[in-house]
Design a protein around this ligand. Structure first.
Ligand code: FE2
Ligand code: FE2
Length: 280
């Protein structure tokens, strides 16, 4: 009988509220789905929502994260450069310049099977300076396919068209292509014809009543009066939101056999307020 492996992939964790909801719900989901591994995008997990820090890496790992991906906020905190160089389980986009700290993929041993996660960055409306994500991911898959059939891609991008195209481009070559970065979960989760599970965006994890995790008023001023000098503040009110997907993969073929969206709204969890004193 084929070995089935079960995973969740949680979208961008924003600030302390994102960490809190991840810490509360991931252990429950592990039990509920009998999970083998947990992947999470941690690019906004710093207290102020900008970047990831050694402390938030530790918090996500302690709560059960197997591999942590990032995106355009990967290097917002200088403190984290060493972590990218020293750790194998925290990655940055693979199509960043090779001189950047860290690398763009990670391997994990999951119940005796090697599993790979690739992080790749889009370049439509977000970062036109990175290498072509399609060519970059293709050469990385060419390298990784000799190690495993179970490969997931976190495609960190803004444009839905770029992400959907990537889904079809990689259909049949990887187990899942999951979009991150917009922080808004899309309802187009499906298993593509070649067996690749796909969603345009996983959504974010943090305070529900916010603008992608940040306080509404700090964002509003940017639009109303072109206010460029105020800092965005992480919203920390309840309820909290946890967003992502669950996927079950046939280890022999690498194909997804079951795929579900996760969107948990937690009205009971209260986040202790903390000063927003992380340095950018
Ligand atoms: Fe993000
Ligand atoms: Fe991002």
């Amino acid at each position: 009988m084929a070995q089935l492996l079960r995973f969740i992939f949680i979208g961008d964790v924003v600030g302390t509220p994102g960490i809190s909801v991840f810490q509360k719900w991931v252990p429950k989901l592990k039990e509920q789905y009998n999970l083998d591994a947990v992947f999470v995008n941690g690019e906004n997990s710093a207290k102020n929502g900008n970047g990831i820090t050694p402390k938030t890496i530790q918090a996500l790992k302690s709560a059960g994260a197997t591999i942590i991906t990032t995106g355009n906020h990967a290097f917002d905190s200088k403190d984290v450069y060493n972590a990218f160089n020293e750790r194998d389980d925290v990655i940055r986009p693979a199509n960043y310049p090779s001189t950047c700290p860290g690398k763009g993929y990670a391997l994990a041993n999951v119940n005796g099977q090697t599993v790979a996660v690739i992080n790749i960055h889009g370049r439509v409306f977000v970062n036109e300076l990175v290498d072509c994500p399609f060519r970059a991911v293709e050469s990385l898959i060419e390298f990784l396919k000799h190690k495993t059939k179970i490969i997931f891609v976190d495609f960190h991008g803004e444009a839905t068209s770029e992400k959907v195209t990537m889904g079809y481009y990689l259909d049949g070559k990887v187990s899942g292509v999951y979009g991150t970065h917009t922080h808004v979960q899309t309802a187009d989760d499906r298993i593509l014809p070649g067996g690749t599970s796909y969603i345009t965006d996983l959504g974010f994890s943090g305070s529900l009543n916010s603008v992608i995790g940040m306080q509404y008023k700090s964002i509003l001023n940017r639009f109303l009066i072109q206010h460029r000098f105020g800092k965005f503040q992480v919203e920390s009110s309840s309820p909290l939101l946890l967003s992502g997907i669950f996927v079950e993969v046939d280890a022999d073929t690498g194909k997804a056999v079951r795929f579900e969206r996760i969107r948990i709204i937690d009205k009971d969890l209260i986040v202790e307020s903390e000063p927003e004193n992380d340095k950018k």
